[in-house]
Write a protein that binds this ligand. Structure first.
Ligand code: C2E
Ligand code: SIN
Ligand code: SIN
Ligand code: FE
Ligand code: FE
Length: 399
């Protein structure tokens, strides 16, 4: 293991890495620097997992490996991992220098790490003023690797990774907070509920995750698809009420006004990025593309630009499928909800026309996952309108 392997970092050929100086590229660069130091040359893997306080879940956010990507995207409840939970509460790093040597000390990941030839692990928390952001994992193929001396040599790099991760998450959260307040306004007017945004963003995540293996997408890409998908219709705030809230079919000229929500959305995103000084927002292009491309069609018949095939960003193709599937299976002021089967048949019929067939198949491959999302994100009590808005505001305040 280690120096015997040709380093194969996540490279710039990966189209999703390095966008807007993404954290994955920064981590790969730091990993390269770390391995250039003789005493740290056998650090074979560095990973960061982030903690979502709303769901209690921990998931891999970025990683840098020597060799191919060995880990499936890790997503699990923190409480199921006592070792990590202890690091989170006490702040005391965890070191295991004999992975697999002590079955009782395992947390379920030991076997996987060992099968990859990794023998030592060092885990530290990322933490600010009482809030857990996540963990940094360092792994080495050498048993007994993490000593006082190697940990000390690693410390400046560990601090840098910590700061980069917190900075990335903070600018992402600032952006999302700004956007959420805009969404509150749009929800007030638009009868689409927060539950629609939750479901469609989970469908988008499901598609991205299913496609990740085929297209070698990074965990970061999947994460940002989930984070930014709810913003696809932000431009609807600029559509007049008599059109947006119309109970019934739109007239052709009204539909033309409706379609301007895409260009308006891109303007709003650009203005928010500018006003909040978020030019360095991670995956900024992904956010823009989600808004700009969500009504483009695979065969070029969509709007506003009539882009076709790969000219439409992958995130745009993903969100288009997720958005329409949820629109079809939901009630709208102008239509009844369709069954999952009817909506699936529609997506299949439109695969290769309106939709990217790979995205359609990725969503429909797992009907159980779809039902699970529908169970988890039901409409809020009180249906549409003010009561639902208050309920959502109360939920938001509790987060
Ligand atoms: P939305 O309700 O979020 O719908 C998103 C997309 O899902 C629609 O994009 C369309 O592609 C698809 N979709 C939704 N409902 C149906 C349906 O019953 N049949 C079919 N075949 N596809 C459906 P689209 O058409 O560009 O519409 C964009 C937005 O314009 C919609 O967002 C909705 O807010 C509004 N809209 C569209 N048609 C009407 C309408 O007839 N009446 C009203 N009041 N609003 C409409
Ligand atoms: C992870 O990489 O997501 C966890 C595995 C580890 O402990 O290194
Ligand atoms: C469409 O299918 O393109 C329009 C959606 C609707 O009016 O129901
Ligand atoms: Fe839209
Ligand atoms: Fe939508």
């Amino acid at each position: 293991m280690g120096t015997a392997h040709a380093p194969s970092f996540v490279t710039a050929d990966d189209p999703w890495v390095g966008l807007n100086g993404g954290l994955e590229a920064q981590l790969a660069g730091l990993h390269r620097e770390i391995r250039a130091k003789p005493e740290l040359a056998t650090i074979d893997r560095i990973a960061v997992a982030v903690h979502d306080s709303a769901s209690g879940r921990l998931r891999t956010f970025v990683e840098s490996n020597i060799g191919s990507r060995p880990f499936d995207r890790f997503s699990d409840r923190l409480e199921l991992h006592p070792t990590l939970a202890a690091v989170a509460t006490t702040g005391i790093p965890f070191i295991n220098n004999a992975i697999g040597g002590d079955p009782a000390g395992g947390d379920g990941l030991n076997d996987r790490l060992r099968s990859l030839g990794l023998r030592s692990r060092y885990i530290v928390r990322i933490h600010r003023s009482g809030t857990l952001y996540g963990f940094i994992f360092f792994n080495s193929g050498r048993p007994g690797f993490f000593t006082e001396a190697t940990v000390a040599a690693l410390t400046p790099y560990r601090r840098l990774i910590d700061v980069l991760v917190v900075g990335t998450l903070t600018s992402q959260r600032t952006m999302l907070a700004a956007v959420r307040s805009a969404l509150q306004v749009s929800h007030y007017r638009n009868e689409e509920t927060g539950a629609h945004l939750d479901r469609m963003s989970r469908y988008a995540e499901l598609i991205a995750q299913t496609l990740a293996a085929r297209y070698l997408l990074s965990d970061e890409f999947v994460e940002y698809v989930l984070q930014y998908a709810p913003l696809h219709d932000i431009g609807k705030v600029a559509v007049p009420d008599h059109i947006l809230l119309k109970r019934g079919k739109l007239l052709p000229e009204e539909y033309e006004v409706m379609k301007t929500h895409v260009a308006k959305g891109v303007e709003i995103i650009d203005a928010m990025i500018h006003d909040h000084g978020l030019e360095a927002l991670p995956y900024r292009d992904l956010l823009r593309n989600v808004v700009a491309h969500h009504h483009e069609c695979y065969d070029g018949s969509g709007y506003p630009h009539g882009l076709a095939g790969e000219a439409i960003s992958l995130e745009g193709r993903i969100v288009a499928v997720a958005d329409v599937f949820d629109a079809l299976t939901s009630q709208r002021p102008y239509k009844e909800a369709w069954s999952n089967d009817t909506a699936a048949a529609f997506l299949r019929a439109q695969a290769g026309r309106r939709f990217d067939p790979a995205c359609v198949e990725a969503l429909l491959a797992d009907p159980e996952a779809i039902r699970d999302i529908q169970q988890r994100f039901r409409e809020t009590p009180g249906g549409f309108g003010l009561a639902a808005l208050r309920h959502r505001a109360a939920q938001a305040a509790a987060c």
